[in-house]
Write a protein that binds this ligand. Sequence first.
Ligand code: SF4
Ligand code: SF4
Length: 239
Amino acid sequence: MSWFLRGIRSGIRTEPLSPDAPVLAGVTPGFPRETRFESVADARDNETRCPTGAIRADGEVARVKRDRCIHCMRCATPDGSAKMEWTVDHEWAHGGEGSGSLPAAFRRSLHVRVIDAGDCGACLNEIGHLDDPFYNAHRFGIFVTPTPRQADVLLIVGPVTQQMQAALKVAYEAMPGPRRVVAVGACAVDGGLFGPSVMCGSGAADVVPVDVFVPGCPPPPLAILHALRAVCGQEPLER
Ligand code: SF4
Ligand code: SF4
């Protein structure tokens, strides 16, 4: 009972999802954004600091490829040199080669099959939070289903290890159409830190057609929710 009263007193409520809503600390790690430095050396310094090749120096400007970023923060907290500017948004999803949003009939009823294709556990953990009262995906008509035969969306996490490639194809083929595929996390987007290697390729798109990519390592629940709402046409994919 005490946890219930504490919850009421603390005023915790479901995240409103408005783009103008204040972003609470810890809700999103954010991303570095394109930054112009005073010298070419500062831009190059950040390029060499990045362990994944997400930053590319172009003269005095350091550009960022979000799909490669793993939020290691090395470009946000450097020792004694210029740091990258940072953004704390959460609308990170972008389109692949797919066919856009699902028809309007899916706007209030979207069923999602989650496939763990070798993830480290963190992406799966973020997806698990979608059903929390704080994120409450149900209010948007978004539900997780245990079988691909009832799924409209395949949500893939992990780099798709060789052992999971056949299973992923079977799950995709079992889905009724129209269907969409969402790759969640740097690993599923392009292999992340693990691919390409002897264990996996360059992400989910090597195995099945991917409609939407959600970068981040891991992407927070708000970023995943944004992708799912875009898939069913509740909001635009890219603003
Ligand atoms: S946070 Fe880390 S991975 Fe991301 S751009 Fe900065 S240095 Fe690279
Ligand atoms: S993207 Fe990052 S958090 Fe997600 S499975 Fe890969 S390593 Fe883990």
